[in-house]
Write a protein that binds this ligand. Structure first.
Ligand code: ZN
Length: 215
């Protein structure tokens, strides 16, 4: 797979999805065979990034290939790859409805079946830290833990992870739809009904082991 091309395409996809605007957000992926991490460059328009602008580095942060400065959230991405061997892609977005909750330091519960199936567990909000700081990477890891596929960064955005880029994008979309539904429930004076733990476990098992044409 051409991972540089994957970063370029994914940047355009993120921009087109409306989950971020301008040059905000960032994307990375890991080549599971070589262990190298590919990430988007800092402060470049997604529609201007070419494959050679993608920065390639090792898990310790040393740059192997690339002439651009990497995303300022390099340490956040690398922390996730170091601590979560199950993750090969990270998508950091600034999505509107999810941010309604991140700005209040609130978590997003698994309100709908899709959320129960793909978010891993409740989406927690990581405590505030400055963009690009080592504290933000630390707070993000604390909120993600070993099981969650998404967390919010207080007053900043969302971090979504997956075994592949496609999986990370699915998490990002489901998180934002869940946040939108949560917002609409609260805006209409309602109260969500939680899906019980037993059903969540059953759905996660079904998706992992039985759902799909090849299972
Ligand atoms: Zn950001």
């Amino acid at each position: 797979m051409d991972y540089k091309e994957l970063i370029v395409e994914s940047g355009l996809k993120m921009l087109g999805s409306g989950m971020t605007i301008e040059t905000w957000g960032n994307i990375s992926c890991r080549d599971p065979e070589e262990g190298l991490v590919y990430m988007s460059p800092s402060a470049m328009s997604y529609d201007a990034i070419a494959p050679d602008d993608v920065v390639v580095c090792k898990l310790d942060g040393s740059v192997v290939k690339g002439h651009r400065k990497p995303t300022i959230e390099k340490e956040l991405h690398l922390s996730i790859f170091r601590e979560r061997p199950d993750v090969n892609a990270v998508v950091h977005t600034h999505p509107l409805y999810s941010m309604v909750y991140s700005c209040q330091g609130k978590d997003i519960p698994m309100l709908i079946d899709e959320a129960a199936q793909v978010l891993g567990c409740v989406c927690q909000t990581a405590g505030y830290a400055l963009p690009g700081s080592p504290e933000l990477a630390k707070n993000c890891m604390k909120a993600l833990g070993q099981k969650a596929n998404a967390c919010l960064l207080q007053s900043h955005g969302a971090v979504c992870v997956g075994q592949s880029m496609e999986a990370a994008f699915k998490v990002a979309k489901v998180l934002e739809v869940t946040a939108q539904i949560y917002y609409m429930i609260e805006a209409t004076g309602g109260k969500p009904i939680n899906i019980c733990g037993e059903h969540i476990v059953m759905m996660q098992d079904f998706v992992k082991n039985h759902y799909g044409q090849d299972k």
